[in-house]
Design a protein around this ligand. Structure first.
Ligand code: P1T
Length: 374
């Protein structure tokens, strides 16, 4: 709740002021109070970046215009010929950024099942410069052992970055598991209210921070003061929201798992989940993201179900206080070719839920009446 935030020195305001300014007076050339121009730094964004760092137990935090802009900034430290090993199940937009943007600049991407160490080792080579871990993955909820992957490349010149969007720093702190960088789509749980788009990077290494900050200023995908304020406000209730999201997650998983029309439920808190033991070690809770399949695994039932819900809103995104439902194959993961997404389980029947903080009885009632219609 208090991460990184101090009362305003000038006025005593408890809440961080929104410094809606692009520039700052200089008493003489180069004589200023630490702020020159708001692309480089703005006091509201500065407060946010300090709060973000503290949340992940990091020395540095950098905020960007979106989650993808944060990733873009990190990948730009690579050079043609460098290689990236990425988890094979990941947000469709991340896959698109890697394969349709950076692949054209001579960076090679390998998509492998990071839960399979042999598969990982088989693509690791002297050109590998970055390992991209999403855990839990979007949308299959696969779990990667962050410590094991980090240890397997330690001592080499390979960065490990974890997309911690689904877990949040409340449930998982990748830097403590040996990762070098943490990335978030702050659009999701950090903001928490579906009212901003933002991304961030958190890390400890001084030289890497310097490089990333130079890129942030040179390329300019920064966040404005109003959005910075909204995420600072969202962060104050992150701990409360994550407790409720996880409680609602467990109750809905219990309900769906025993429903006769449900074929399969994906949630790392389930004992039958292949990554459950690792999740128990590296996470303090299992969160409110769930994927599942209705018996028959077909698009007709999936569409009928998502369109019948009344409390859950059919929409892209996740992590807000209100519950959302999505159809990954045609929404968030539509940019991944069908054969590639189906190989990891993103079939036409897959449904994804982002559980909000509503009364769980209302959510279950809504799911129950939609299931009656399929
Ligand atoms: O949307 P943006 O803030 O640019 O963040 C991209 C992103 C990165 N990583 C993960 C794990 C994500 O889930 C996302 C965005 N995801 C959605 C919009 C979604 O509905 O899955």
């Amino acid at each position: 709740m208090h991460a990184g935030v101090e009362p305003c020195e000038a006025t005593g305001a408890i809440m961080t002021p929104i410094y809606q300014t692009s520039t700052y007076v200089q008493d003489g050339v180069g004589n200023h109070k630490g702020y020159e121009y708001s692309r480089t730094l703005n006091p509201t964004r500065h407060a946010l970046e300090k709060a973000l760092a503290e949340l992940e137990g990091a020395k540095y935090g950098l905020a960007f215009a979106s989650g993808l802009a944060a990733m873009d900034n990190l990948i730009k430290i690579l050079k043609p010929g460098d290689e990236v090993i990425s988890t094979d199940d990941l947000y469709g937009g991340s896959y698109r950024l890697f394969t349709t943007v950076f692949a054209n600049y001579g960076i090679k991407f390998h998509f492998v099942d990071l839960t399979d160490s042999d598969a990982f080792i088989s693509v690791l080579n002297e050109n590998t410069k970055l390992v991209w871990i999403e855990t839990p993955t979007n949308p299959m909820m696969k779990i990667t052992d962050i410590k094991a992957v980090s240890e397997s490349v330690s001592g080499n010149d390979v960065l490990v970055c974890v997309d911690n969007t689904f877990a949040t720093p409340m449930l998982q702190q990748p830097l403590n598991e040996g990762a070098d960088v943490v990335m978030h789509s702050a659009t999701k749980y950090l903001g928490g209210h579906s009212d901003i788009v933002m991304g961030c990077l958190m890390l400890n290494n001084d030289a890497l921070d310097e490089k990333l900050r130079t890129l942030q200023n040179s390329c300019g995908a920064i966040v404005g003061p109003m959005d910075s304020f909204l995420v600072l406000r969202g962060i104050k209730t992150l701990h409360l929201r994550m407790i409720r999201h996880s409680e609602n997650g467990k109750a809905v998983v219990d309900y769906l798992s025993s429903h006769p029309k449900v074929e399969k439920v994906y949630w790392p808190g389930l004992e039958s989940h292949p990554g459950h033991e690792i999740a128990k070690n590296q996470m303090t809770g299992f969160g409110g993201m769930i994927s599942f399949i209705i018996k028959g695994n077909n698009i007709e039932n999936a569409y009928k179900f998502v369109e019948s819900l009344e409390i859950f809103t059919l929409a892209e995104s996740l992590g807000g206080v209100e519950s959302l439902v999505g159809h990954p194959a045609t929404m968030t993961h539509a940019s991944i070719p069908k054969e590639v997404r189906e190989k990891v389980g993103v079939t036409d029947g897959l449904i994804r839920l982002s559980l909000g903080v509503e009364d769980v009885e209302d959510l279950i009632e809504d799911l129950s009446s939609a299931l009656e219609k399929v």
